[in-house]
Design a protein around this ligand. Structure first.
Ligand code: SF4
Length: 412
């Protein structure tokens, strides 16, 4: 009960901080900003097309249309030239969606252009299980380093409820497909979701056992994100939220995944140094290309055009896709964000953190640290704050709230 209250309290705090920070304003004039060519920003590329929509997903997306997809990828390539001219440099590319593999030929061509324009050393790409097979993944060799497959669950009952059984195949078919993809690219990561209203601990443990048996280097376990946009759809598909089992399921995950390294509160890897799944953790500054993509740099968040026609038109006119921005985040908000990201990554070196922001973390966060320690969520050792099992869970729920809160931007 106490744990549930603490998690609820932490999430409420997060929500109110997000409301404060994400006051989006539409730009009347073209956006202007300074870029620093010596900084390695991350390049995020959004491919917002899906053949069908899943009932829990609030990502920005459009229904698949072959012609729209072709024009979109052409515009993405154009936009890469635009950001190049603006003076950005990138060493890492993350491609998310939607379904980036919705047109593999176009996707590969776009990655090639990005690699020609920038010194990109590493490419991560998301995919739904339906849009990949062994042949396509072979073609991605040398272009994509890390493929993150959005499996969500191997449970046939849940797959049927979310309409994926008919579209993507049964659990056994999914497993055969994933097995056939192993060993082609440097890293295959499986994304699972936990805490569906109809999901039991036994179902979740079985998902994890299957994921491990398939030999994936990485397994990420996201808590179900009940964003304001998707609450109703989740309820209609899976039933009422029982609200009490998230912490219990998180403990089951940690128990089941004990032989893996924990990269952050929800990502597990066989190798400690494996490529990370959370680009926002490692790259506080990133530039998003594509419709609805966010960028974060110069201490604020920028938003690209959501409407497909507006996005295509802006790129055709060689204009930047950014249409809105938040106010500049205050120094305090920036430190708070960094504090959350470090704890989400499971440790915070106080001396390094103090030097980075020219603050005293123990003074600035005295109440938060007291509260976290009293709840056995952190422990301090030789100048480093480490999260405990419960601390990891709290950070996972706060990051969940952070991502769900991005719907404030999508709803704008
Ligand atoms: S979960 Fe993936 S495939 Fe399903 S709607 Fe969202 S982006 Fe599309």
């Amino acid at each position: 009960m106490l744990k549930r209250f603490s998690s609820y309290f932490a999430q409420s705090m997060m929500q109110s901080k997000l409301k404060e920070a994400l006051k989006i304003e539409r730009l009347d004039a073209p956006v202007t900003y300074a870029t620093d060519a010596s900084k390695p920003y991350l390049l995020y590329m959004h491919v917002p097309f899906c053949h069908d929509f899943c009932p829990f997903c609030s990502f920005h997306k459009f229904k698949y249309d072959a012609l729209n997809v072709k024009s979109y990828f052409r515009s993405l390539r154009e936009e890469l030239f635009i950001v190049k001219r603006l003076g950005f440099s990138f060493d890492r590319l993350y491609i998310g969606g939607g379904t980036p593999f919705v047109d593999p030929k176009e996707l590969f061509q776009t990655i090639r252009v990005a690699k020609e324009l920038f010194d990109i050393k590493e490419v991560s790409c998301e995919s739904s299980p339906a849009s990949i097979d062994r042949e396509r993944v072979y073609e991605a060799k040398g272009l994509i380093d890390r493929l993150s497959i959005g499996v969500q669950t191997f449970d046939d009952t849940l797959l049927k409820r979310m309409g994926r059984y008919e579209r993507y195949g049964s659990s056994k078919e999914l497993q055969r497909k994933i097995e056939s993809l192993q060993g082609i690219l440097p890293t295959i990561s499986l994304d699972l979701i936990f805490n569906f209203p109809a999901q039991s601990e036994a179902m979740l443990r079985e998902d994890l056992r299957i994921a491990k048996a398939l030999g994936s280097e990485q397994i990420t376990t996201y808590p179900l994100m009940r964003s304001s946009l998707m609450k109703e759809s989740i309820k209609n598909t899976f039933g009422e939220d029982e609200g009490i089992k998230e912490w219990m399921l998180y403990q089951a995950i940690r128990d089941e995944m004990s032989e893996y390294n924990l990269n952050n509160a929800w990502a597990f890897a066989k190798e400690k140094s494996a490529l990370s799944d959370e680009y926002v953790v490692h790259y506080p500054e990133y530039v998003g290309v594509g419709s609805g993509a966010f960028s974060a740099f110069n201490d604020r968040l920028y938003v690209n055009a959501y409407s497909l026609s507006e996005y295509l038109q802006r790129i055709k006119e060689q204009r930047h896709a950014i249409i809105a921005q938040t106010p500049v985040f205050s120094p305090k908000q920036q430190v708070q964000y960094a504090f959350l990201l470090e704890l989400f990554s499971r440790s915070l070196d106080m001396e390094r953190f103090n030097a980075r922001f020219d603050i005293c973390v123990e003074k600035m966060f005295s109440i938060e640290l007291w509260w976290l320690e009293s709840n056995h969520a952190i422990r301090k050792e030789k100048g480093v704050i480490y999260t405990t099992l419960f601390g990891d869970y709290l950070c996972a729920t706060m990051m969940k709230t952070f991502y769900s809160g991005m719907d404030l931007v999508r709803a704008y």
